[in-house]
Ligand binder design. Sequence first.
Ligand SMILES: Cc1cc2nc3c(=O)[nH]c(=O)nc-3n(C[C@H](O)[C@H](O)[C@H](O)COP(=O)(O)OP(=O)(O)OC[C@H]3O[C@@H](n4cnc5c(N)ncnc54)[C@H](O)[C@@H]3O)c2cc1C
Length: 447
Amino acid sequence: MITFVPQPHLLDSPRGREWPPAPAAGTRSPDTAPLPATADVAVVGAGPAGLAVASALWHLGVHDVVILDRGGRPCGRFFDRVDVLGQRVLRSPYEHHPGVEGYRDCELLDYARLHWSYLTPVERREIRMAQSGHRSVVPVDVFEAYCKHVAGLHHVDEKTWRATVREVRPTDDGVTLRGDGFAVKAAYTVLCLGEERRTAPAHWWDGDTTPRGVSYWDEPVPGEARRLVVVGAGLSAAHLIANALHDGKDVHWILRAPEERYQCADVNASFFRAEGRARFDGTSWDDRTALMRGHRRASVMFEFRPLLERAEADGRLTVHRGHEVTAVTPERAGRTAVRLADGAQVIGDHVVLALGTTVSNGDALLPAGVTADRDGWPDLDERTLSYRNAPRVFAVGAAAGMVLGPAARNIDGHRVATARVATAVAAHLEAASGPRRRTEDRVNAGV
Ligand SMILES: Cc1cc2nc3c(=O)[nH]c(=O)nc-3n(C[C@H](O)[C@H](O)[C@H](O)COP(=O)(O)OP(=O)(O)OC[C@H]3O[C@@H](n4cnc5c(N)ncnc54)[C@H](O)[C@@H]3O)c2cc1C
């Protein structure tokens, strides 16, 4: 049998190309105009999930939308994270995009094909792979240009404000969002909060502050560190290792699992399809928990395999498999030791922790008890993804995991969640204030 192993050159797409300007882009800075005091819908978080929600609402004729985001830039945190890791291609294929399906919108693959002349021969080959139904690798650069296009086309930039929401207070007739110096009252609110990085267990070191010589995957790695220790088994760890090898560093990789896992995605591909999501429909909590545990595992894209195996074979990379970390402690001469459960230790000039992320389920913003979470998952209505204890508040993104399955946190999962949430919100608004004309119908009628 011939095994096809995708090669590392697929990971090397160029970043920072000049794309043609997105439609209506750059019309307003997120800081200048005052925040409206009221809106039909407030969206918290302008990541790929918030972008998908706002775009779908636009199509449904819901235009009075306010988007509040800490960074104030659509998809800003996503691109900051991939760029700090030097990630040049997405893990998800061309079919996964935050645009809106079922309308006359251009999808990610259409967008890439329209910009053929900007692409490298390798990138064009991946498009051909996608067109013929094979797994494809999407350049981060193309994805960013596409997100700007989607944001411009659906007036998302104009509706996005830089603001950190500190509390979300649902009442019978609306939801009030407050932050430093502002309050917005919206009829409905969609929480698209994404995920925060997972921090180290409290027993790894004394005190709350991260010790000197230790950082997390979403922070820059000091260039002067010659010996780097990376803890974690996922794609972020793989990027950190590949970057360090490229810079000629001596790299140690600590994995809790007995061996590294190479896969297309952390999630089994069936969970991106209806039959995979159906496994979460109406099944018991225990069954869903077991599915979530068993089917979402840290893994590395296939393309890294030849690169990491070669580095291990020639001694530039040392892999410590099957080791639980018990502590991280300072050593002499500014070095840091990672202590392992069997008593061994791995010493480096710098240690990077790539321990994954934790779901933001809304409990930091909503009144106590509203999320009614179980094992961290909020209690959501399965048809509409509204919080059962606050029907005017909805969740899109990782928080919908126990309804939509492990793909909820991925770009494709946002599309599925958005279809449910935007339809429900538009229907509620219509019921309250009469029928709305869908944007598509208005455009067709020349309004
Ligand atoms: C390095 C990396 C690579 C990834 N690659 C892929 C990939 O290739 N394909 C894929 O499908 N998925 C990928 N993922 C998963 C990815 O996280 C999601 O697809 C996507 O970023 C999630 O979008 P989101 O909008 O839910 O969250 P985010 O992108 O995190 O956006 C949430 C936004 O909400 C803001 N926010 C949160 N709380 C508040 C508040 N209280 N007030 C104001 N703003 C707030 C945040 O600052 C952020 O801007 C990747 C994840 C990482 C970390």
